[in-house]
Unconditional design. Structure first.
Length: 528
């Protein structure tokens, strides 16, 4: 029998006007990796935070019973302060080993490391495997967003006895780092639960939990096989619904025909009565019997109709009816010809090869490079937020930079207010209609954006951009697909494809780049 890491009973979340999910009952298998998938806003991160058990919020009820130790990485937890040793929670041990190496250690230092002599080599091997600096005194501030993500993951991977709760851990990671992450997740001895929209990662995990409008469902398979099963089940249900509708219609036609025949017989009996050709007592008997038969038939037909309608309703309810999302970039193309030229640009604090690049109106390119190669820095320089160390930059276009942390949003304001900061002419109702097209409805449009999921925050940011009164000729997109569910990624990729202006896209999701039909790329290389 499989040992369970966690047993969850009757877990429910009820907000002001609607339930996010109700009566969830499931178990997380120990020493196995499981994926948690679902659409943006379905409640995956809320569910994960409830599993973390920091506190039981007033809107939640149910039981979460852990059978083992666990650790949690939130969707936005990216380390930014202190040294690498502090980030790994080994600062005290590291200081002891440093004093021992420098021959300044005390007896207490030796006592402290008595059972930890093997750990420094483990730290070094883990950091090397993640392509991170192995000097534990290095400041975290020197790391890129992707490196900070890997460092936060390293801290958890050192806790080999803990079951891990990982909320979108592959965000900000380059292709090589995603391979590293997949390996570490699958090798973690105590098991883990991973929220992800990374199809490559999902196809390496053989336990899939799906959160949707019908609750939480478990599939003992990877993502592609789950999709195949769901498609087959949906097609079978759709066939059943079509057949049920056809049979219900046929039954209604038959009942109508039977009613018409009964009415015709009734008219015939009335004519015989009027003509006096048969005895009245016999006609009264026939009329009474026909009336009873017709009444019984009507009741039977009503029961059959109600049963058929209930069966049809039940099968229709099993089909999840999800309204399609709509999103486009509305900006007209104003600039023509070359809009951007970089000549021998050197990034700050970098020994990378000088960058020379030209971009014309309508061009769309992917900016490639490892974590820490300076992709985000280059986008900020192009946007005018940072200065290059040297080189020339000529730009004759209005640009907008969408960074990895959605800095253009005011976190304390709700979605409607954020949109109106970019376009004051829009009414609350117009904003709600736009948000509704991206499935941000009712209460969610009034919550501070900081309370929304990562995917929902990105959707709000995209609406702010697309509804802005200021036209944009050049979009600078820094891993914009992070946090989006798979369906929303396809929608966003189509919007990029249809955008009339130019775009520079940083993305490590090759499927997303392919769906965006971006075929040109520029590689940032480093000499160090």
């Amino acid at each position: 029998m499989t040992q369970q890491a966690c047993i969850v009973k009757n877990l429910s979340v009820q907000f002001t006007h609607e339930a996010l999910f109700q009566q969830l009952n499931f178990q997380l298998p120990y020493a196995q990796c499981s994926a948690l998938i679902g659409r943006n806003g379905q409640g995956k991160s809320v569910l994960m935070s409830l599993l973390n058990q920091i506190q039981q919020p007033s809107y939640a009820s149910g039981e979460v019973n852990w059978q083992t130790n666990f650790s949690y990485l939130t969707q936005f937890e990216r380390l930014s302060k202190g040294s690498i040793a502090e980030a790994l929670d080994v600062a005290e041990l590291y200081a002891c080993f440093q004093r021992i190496e420098q021959t300044t250690a005390s007896f207490d230092d030796y006592d402290h490391v008595e059972h930890a002599w093997h750990q420094p080599i483990e730290w070094q091997q883990l950091l090397e495997s993640a392509n991170l600096p192995t000097d534990l005194s290095t400041s975290v501030k020197q790391l890129s967003e992707g490196q900070k993500t890997k460092l936060a993951l390293c801290r958890l991977f050192l806790r080999t006895d803990d079951y891990l709760l990982l909320d979108e851990p592959s965000n900000h990671l380059d292709s090589e780092s995603r391979e590293w992450l997949s390996h570490k997740i699958l090798q973690h001895p105590s098991g883990c639960l991973v929220i992800s929209h990374d199809r490559k990662l999902l196809n390496q995990i053989s336990n899939t939990f799906v959160l949707n409008n019908f609750g939480l469902h478990y599939f003992h398979c990877h993502y592609d096989e789950y999709q195949m099963q769901v498609e087959q089940q949906t097609q079978a249900l759709q066939r059943d619904v079509t057949q049920e509708k056809r049979e219900l219609k046929q039954r209604q036609v038959q009942q109508h025909q039977q009613l018409m025949k009964a009415q015709k017989r009734q008219k015939t009996g009335q004519k015989l009565r009027d003509s006096g050709s048969q005895a009245k007592i016999l006609l009264d008997f026939k009329k009474e019997r026909a009336s009873q038969t017709q009444s019984g038939m009507a009741q039977q037909q009503l029961r059959q109709k109600q049963q058929a309608q209930q069966e049809l309703k039940y099968k229709q309810q099993q089909l999840e009816h999800i309204k399609s999302q709509r999103f486009i970039f509305n900006f007209p193309q104003k600039q023509t010809g070359e809009i951007l030229r970089l000549k021998d640009v050197v990034l700050p604090y970098s020994s990378a090869t000088p960058i020379s690049l030209a971009l014309s109106s309508g061009d769309k390119i992917q900016l490639r490079g490892r974590n820490g190669s300076g992709k985000s820095t280059l986008l900020r320089i192009i946007n005018g937020d940072h200065f290059a160390q040297s080189g020339e930059i000529l730009k004759r276009a209005s640009s907008l930079y969408l960074d990895q942390n959605f800095s253009l949003l005011q976190a304390e304001l709700n979605a409607i207010s954020n949109i109106q900061l970019f376009n004051a002419t829009l009414s609350d109702e117009e904003c709600r209609n736009q948000l509704g097209q991206l499935r941000i409805r009712r209460d969610k449009s009034l919550l501070p954006v900081s309370a929304l999921s990562g995917g929902e925050q990105l959707k709000v940011a995209l609406l702010c951009i697309s509804l802005s009164t200021q036209p944009v000729d050049l979009l600078l997109l820094d891993e914009p697909e992070n946090h989006l569910d798979i369906e929303s990624k396809l929608l966003f990729a189509q919007a990029i494809l249809d955008f009339k202006g130019a775009a520079i896209l940083v993305s490590h999701d090759e499927q997303f780049v392919e769906d965006s039909h971006i075929q040109m790329h520029f590689d940032l290389t480093q000499s160090r």
